[in-house]
Design a protein around this ligand. Structure first.
Ligand code: ADP
Ligand code: MG
Length: 485
């Protein structure tokens, strides 16, 4: 029997308004992007006798809501509807596609959908400027604000900010170099966008060096070289990405040399990127490389573990997905070549999990990494990852580690307190724990009867140090591969 209150409830407040009110209350304590990713497509399914049933579209959203917000949601619900006795949840996969009238437009909560809006902007716009310069610029997803600085790229990021604030003033030319997928294009485009925003009247041109080459070739072919020169000389900021491709292209280099000099002399900003430093650019006119070095030359490196994890978290917010922290840590930890590769793995894992309607796990992610980077798969046994674990006992791990560090096994398991032995020993304990999930106590017994706190301390120490010590991380990755982890 429904009591009078609930009939009254139906009358004055529908399920949609109730959920809206609860989420609005919640939005004061939870970040907007998180609110969006957790509660997108959720609805109140029923309100009966003090029990509010909430439908959420995925098990992972439910797990996160339960872990972090269950109590808070109950509190909010009680505030709005004091008769609430319980809030229960149900996973309803169909909610994603369903046109349910009780769904809330989360954009109502101001600022919630900033990131989504960014994604809706067409990806690349070909801009044709009034002076005829064609330029594929800019990809609006690249901004200086969404570039995450770590120790390895902070200087580059700061220099770009400075240039965007005062183009042509300091750091001219600005030359960024480093391996592929480390964020150079992101920084270059973002700086161009920022200059455009700060100085709308300034002409900013972004192009790859290939594009520059093509234009030169085209111009020579059609005998329009003169106007070509004129065109570039009207530019206030010239950004040329991947300058290494100008190597050995004599006429393009000539053209670039003149353009560079004129712009530079006129105090215009030039920003360049390359895969190597000016000194290492062979096949390029010495006069040019000397000029590249006149301003600010900065190397961009792979960010450390913490920064990689922060980039992954940001990417998850942008994709509006929730992934367990340990899965993200696994990705950040194991991808050691480029941010692009890391993002690729994340996107693959997300796509796969959406197809199979399961959450990404360390195992599925490891599979994705293995597909991209075949070295990751050491043991050749295909199929299930569990079959690829080649170690079976702690002795196996001890053997692999002793062998790797060229230490006698007896020393590794002894209580010898020499640094050269202690670190490998700690690594060994950590790996046994990771590979075989043995208790700290059992592991301790293998190492001349150490107690469990020593082992716990060793494992924690390795986890912490690995984040700062690139060599340690490489050693552990290599060992993990040998073990087949
Ligand atoms: P490069 O030009 O050096 O080859 P990109 O600029 O294309 O690399 O970067 C590859 C991807 O990694 C891009 O999607 C970029 O947004 C992302 N990325 C790299 N570094 C960062 C960072 N520090 N913060 C956020 N995203 C980053
Ligand atoms: Mg690039």
């Amino acid at each position: 029997m429904r009591d009078a209150f609930w009939i009254f409830f139906d009358f004055v407040m529908d399920k949609k308004s109730l959920w809206e009110a609860i989420l609005l209350d919640l939005s004061h304590v939870i970040g907007k992007p998180q609110l969006f990713s957790l509660f997108k497509d959720s609805v109140i399914l029923s309100v009966e006798n003090g029990i509010i049933t909430v439908g959420v579209p995925s098990p992972i959203a439910l797990t996160f809501i339960r872990q972090k917000f269950e109590a808070r949601i109950f509190e909010s619900a009680k505030k709005i509807l004091p008769e609430t006795r319980e809030v229960v949840y149900e996973v309803r996969g169909s909610l994603v596609e369903e046109k349910n009238p009780n769904k809330i437009d989360l954009k109502l909560f101001s600022g919630v959908s900033d990131r989504t809006l960014v994604r809706k902007v067409p990806n690349k716009q070909e801009v044709v400027m009034e002076n005829g310069i064609r330029s594929k610029m800019f990809n609006p997803k690249y901004t200086l604000q969404n570039f995450i600085p770590g120790n390895e790229n902070r200087l580059a990021h700061a220099a770009c900010m400075a240039v965007a604030a005062k183009p042509g003033d300091i750091y001219n030319p600005l030359y960024l170099y480093g391996g592929v997928g480390l964020g150079k294009t992101h920084l270059l485009q973002a700086t161009g966008i920022e200059i455009n925003r700060n100085f709308p009247h300034k002409k900013v041109v972004y192009m790859t060096s290939e594009k520059f080459t093509n234009e030169v070739v085209e111009a020579i072919g059609s005998r329009h070289t003169k106007s070509f020169k004129e065109r570039y000389r009207n530019v206030d900021c010239l950004i040329v990405d991947d300058i290494q491709f100008l190597s050995n292209k004599t006429s393009t280099m000539q053209e670039f040399f003149h353009t560079f000099n004129e712009l530079y002399d006129a105090g215009k900003q030039i920003i360049l990127s390359s895969d190597r430093s000016p000194a290492e650019l062979d096949g390029l006119d010495r006069r040019l490389t000397t000029r590249f070095s006149m301003g600010m030359v900065i190397e961009v490196l792979l960010p450390d573990f913490e920064t990689r994890l922060a980039i992954l978290n940001a990417k998850c917010r942008e994709l509006e997905v929730l992934i367990d922290r340990e899965v993200l840590e696994f990705i950040a930890f194991n991808v050691t070549t480029s941010i692009r590769e890391m993002e690729g793995i994340l996107v693959k894992a997300v796509a796969e999990s959406q197809l199979t309607k399961t959450n990404p796990t360390i195992r599925t992610v490891a599979e994705a990494i293995r597909r991209i980077n075949s070295n990751f798969n050491v043991s050749s046994a295909g199929g299930d990852l569990s079959r690829r674990i080649t170690v079976r006992t702690p002795e196996d791990v001890i053997d692999v580690v002793a062998n790797y560090f060229k230490l006698p096994k007896s020393e590794l398991i002894s209580d010898l307190r020499k640094k050269e032995v202690m670190i490998p020993r700690q690594i060994c304990m950590y790996l046994i724990r990771e590979a075989l999930s043995q208790s700290y106590e059992t592991i301790g017994e293998r190492f001349s009867g150490r107690n469990h706190t020593t082992v716990l301390h060793a494992c924690n120490k390795i986890v912490t140090e690995m984040r700062e010590n690139a060599k340690l991380m490489r050693d552990i990755n290599a060992l993990k591969r040998e073990i087949g982890m």
